[in-house]
Design a protein. Structure first.
Length: 172
């Protein structure tokens, strides 16, 4: 049983393997998908003590789509936003990880709506013109992290700017 899958660079050359639609359909929903660079972390949310928001790595899962506004991960993003994704060059579900990876760049703004009374606030990472991502904070076997729930084609301006995606260690 695999709990991770590596995604090749988008400019796959001979010798690189390619993920097909059937690969995503056959994987369990909680399998992690790597950044095209090979790391399973797509980026880092810095600790934001002013807003009582913990820092953590950003992860992407294969996920599941259960209907409108129900689901998470690659499958959910593809099923819910297939038409919009095609405008950004995603011809199939296998293009979704690369599209998401392009959005999570150092300096990308992070917003929070502070909707949860008990903490556990979802965050939105935005980068014009590619849309916005919703991230869910979770404690998992690998520790605390933020997991991609969904993608929207337009920037959402709701919430408070709480920070920016951190630069990788050693490049700050």
């Amino acid at each position: 049983m695999r709990d991770t899958i590596r995604v090749p660079p988008t400019d796959a050359r001979p010798g690189f393997w390619i993920i097909l639609l059937s690969d995503f359909l056959n994987l369990k929903e909680n399998v992690l998908v790597s950044h095209p660079s090979g790391s399973f972390s797509l980026g880092t949310i810095p600790e934001m003590p002013k807003f009582a928001l913990p820092g953590g790595e950003i992860y992407l899962r294969v996920g599941v789509h259960k209907g409108d506004n129900k689901g998470y991960g690659i499958r959910h993003i593809w099923e819910a936003h297939q038409k919009d994704l095609s405008r950004y060059g995603c011809a199939g579900i296998e293009g979704v990880p690369a599209h998401i990876a392009k959005m999570i760049v150092p300096g990308a703004p992070i917003y929070c709506e502070f909707r949860e009374l008990r903490g556990h606030h979802r965050l939105a990472v935005m980068k014009t013109p590619t849309g916005s991502l919703v991230l869910d904070p979770r404690h998992e076997r690998r520790g605390f992290g933020y997991y991609v729930v969904t993608w929207y084609p337009k920037r959402r301006l709701d919430g408070t700017l709480v920070g920016r995606v951190a630069r990788p260690l050693g490049k700050q």
